[in-house]
Design a binder for this molecule. Sequence first.
Ligand code: S3P
Length: 176
Amino acid sequence: MDNKKNIVLIGMMGAGKSTIASLISAKLENFQYLDIDKEIEKLAHKHIPEIFSQYGEAHFRQLEHEMIAKYSNYSNQVIATGGGIVENNKNIELLRQNSVIFYLKASADELYARVSRAHQGTRPMLNHPNPKQRLKELIDRREPYYKSADFEIDTENKELVQIVDEIIEIYGKITG
Ligand code: S3P
């Protein structure tokens, strides 16, 4: 099981990337859970909203890119990315080198319901007079890039365990 390709989860805020990545790593021996947002916070010694408010989005995207460049060389990681990694097309290209990339998909209504329920105020990209409209705009802009993932997983109306098993099954089939 050594030197296995990473499993990378991409998709919008509220897609469930962190929760699902952590559950996958718990099921797969020798795989570790890695959360790019958490690694950025550790490096900056600040929470993401503070990074955005103090240094701006461009600085956050630079840190995000550095983290992707670092971890894309690793193996045996289940990596949860931030929703905006596709804002820099080099990120996906770096990840592609040693990862199988899964796009976790859900509708705008479902994503908005999920981000409104949990972690309110922790997503600076939604600091906007009309956050739902903003979310829709981000989906429209990013979806073509998300769709360049190796696999698309519909997360709506599914239990977490179903999504986890679906990803593990696909990964197992293609990596042997
Ligand atoms: C962002 C998504 C967040 C985080 C940052 C920017 C985005 O991660 O990286 O707030 O641009 O969509 P999640 O997708 O885990 O919420």
